[in-house]
Design a protein around this ligand. Sequence first.
Ligand code: HEM
Length: 133
Amino acid sequence: MTPQQIALVQTSFAKVVPIAGTAADLFSDVRRMFPQDLAEQKKKLMAMLGTVVAGLARLDTLLPAICALGERHAGYGVKVEQFTPVGAALLWALEQGLGNEFTPDVEDAWATAYGMLSQAMIDAMMRKVSKAA
Ligand code: HEM
């Protein structure tokens, strides 16, 4: 990611944090995988996204935490192909939250960030699954 893309992700994330409850509600496709009370889940998701967004410029330092998150997702029964619809839902939620400020550059920057994050999680999930087999 370019420094400019990192800045775009960070400033746009700061704008959606106040409406995060609504944004996280939009992940309804995958709702049935989650416990009834989603409040705690939303907090965890936003906290994790916050950590990643803040650390984009030095993602290598976050890799251990991201890999551990990926391994836990293998345990939750998450499938690799579910990362695509979840990524689309995230971009859609950002578009709703940011309105006009969701420019093509902001979209590209987020798609790149989500792509990197999910690839690292998926790699860790696959390693865990192949180890277990
Ligand atoms: C970059 C993408 C993602 C991020 C940052 C993320 C983040 C998180 C976080 C922080 C948790 C809290 C529990 C923990 O820390 O282990 C969690 C739990 C969970 N996530 Fe994700 N997640 C992502 C993608 C996905 C995808 C694609 C699915 C597929 C539907 C998914 C399904 C779940 C499930 C089922 C749980 C556990 C719910 C429970 O039983 O408590 N996540 N996720």
